[in-house]
Structure formats: C-alpha cells, structure tokens
Design a protein around this ligand. Structure first.
Ligand SMILES: C[S@@+](CC[C@H](N)C(=O)[O-])C[C@H]1O[C@@H](n2cnc3c(N)ncnc32)[C@H](O)[C@@H]1O
Length: 213
C-alpha cells in the first residue's frame, strides 16, 4: 500500500492531521466568523479540524466566486470541516438538501451543531459511506483535502464526480501552490470540462463538469 506524502503509516506515531477520523488534539472550541455577502454567522470550530482559527481564505473565495447553488435537489459539500460551505449553501437554498460529508468525526459534530445554531435544518452531516447510494447531486462544492496526497485526492474526486446528476457541476477551490493547475489538467484528461472561474489571492476556483453526465 502506498502512503501519501506527509502521512505516516497508521501504526507510526506522528503528527495528527485535520483529516484524521478522530483528532488526537484535545478539544479547544473557538468561535470563528463567516461573512459572505449578506450572510454573517458565528461558527464553532475546534482543534483537529481544518480552519480552526478562522474561516479559510480558499473557502471564502469559493463562496464568493462560485455560482449560487441550485434552489432544490441534493447538493454536496465534499469535506465539510465544521460546515462553513454547507451552511452557507443551505442558507442560500433552503429548499435543497445539503449533504456535508467528512471523515473527521469532530468536524461532523461541529457541522451538526453549527447547522442547528444557524437554523439550517436542511443540512445532513455524515460520513461518506452514510450517503444513500442512489442520491445524485445537482451540484458539488468543495475545498478538497489536497493534503491527503495526489492519488487519494484523485480517487476521492472520481468517486463523487461520478455522482453528479446529469448537467450538474462541481465547484472546487484549490491553492495554486498546492497544485490547482495540475489538478485541473488531470480532471480534463479524465474527460471533464474544466473552467477556471476565478484566480484570486493564490486560489483558483474551478468549475468541473464531467462530459459523460
Ligand atoms: C480543506 S478542508 C475543508 C474543510 C471545510 N469545507 C472548510 O472549508 O473549512 C478538507 C476537508 O476534507 C475532509 N476529508 C479528508 N478526506 C476525506 C474523504 N475521504 N471524504 C470526505 N472528506 C474528507 C477533511 O477532514 C477536511 O475537513
């Protein structure tokens, strides 16, 4: 089995990661602020979860630059962390069902609590395998976990892009210096139509539409 770069084998003590299923870092909740357009929310974040000090700049760029979500149907936030993307989408599209998927249990608990506090009952936070297999997504939004390594990231995107409904698009934000352009080239080589919607402050926002859908 190949181990992604920067990730020790599971039986080797090493630093914990934001994508660990159960973070090793002791919990230390803190409040972060999400401001996007007219949306202003306080969210609870925590150690061991991505972006625990402040809402990530890439996440803000995605929310500001990607098209508004479909008004209904199922929408996926792939790698929800404590839920800033899922909750912003759910606020914008209260008739849609937003699936907030993550492998980090602490992140999922935070997403559930933040969604409750934000009054977004249309968010379902769950592990990837808990999403019913028949669901097809009208859109996918993601600040994807590039640090899991290139091959696991490709497998993750292949898995979920295949679940876009016909005509659906995925919107991804990736830092230029973390490989956004090579990711875009790989997605295109896999048969997706890839459009760079925005390049801002070192982040690229990509629109991805698998040509088979
Ligand atoms: C870059 S963070 C973005 C978090 C959050 N959306 C935000 O904007 O703050 C990527 C997230 O993907 C999650 N992740 C890692 N591997 C995953 C997988 N196989 N399936 C779903 N989520 C995963 C990580 O735990 C992490 O929370």
């Amino acid at each position: 089995m190949s181990i992604p770069k920067n990730r020790p084998p599971s039986d080797t003590p090493g630093p914990s990661h934001y994508f660990d299923p159960t973070p090793g870092a002791p919990s230390r909740p803190r409040t972060v602020f999400l401001h996007v357009g007219e949306l202003a929310l306080e969210l609870q974040a925590d150690r061991g979860v991505f972006g625990s000090r402040a809402v990530d700049l890439g996440t803000l760029t995605l929310l500001r630059e990607a098209p508004a979500p479909p008004t209904n149907g199922d929408i996926l936030d792939l790698g929800s962390g404590y839920g800033p993307i899922a909750i912003a989408l759910a606020r914008q599209s209260p008739q849609a069902r937003v699936w907030a998927v993550d492998v980090n249990e602490r992140a999922l608990e935070l997403t559930r609590a933040n969604a409750r506090a934000a009054g977004t009952a249309n968010v379902t936070a769950c592990l990837p395998d808990e999403v019913p297999p028949d669901i097809r997504f009208a859109a996918i939004y993601s600040n994807p976990p590039v640090r899991i390594g290139k091959l696991p990231l490709h497998a993750l995107l292949q898995r979920w892009l295949a679940r876009l409904a016909s005509g659906g698009s995925a919107y991804l934000v990736v830092q230029r210096n973390l490989g956004s352009d090579s990711l875009a080239a790989w997605l295109a080589s896999e048969g997706s139509e890839v459009q760079r919607l925005k390049s801002k402050k070192g982040y690229r926002v990509l629109a991805v539409r698998p040509t088979a859908t």
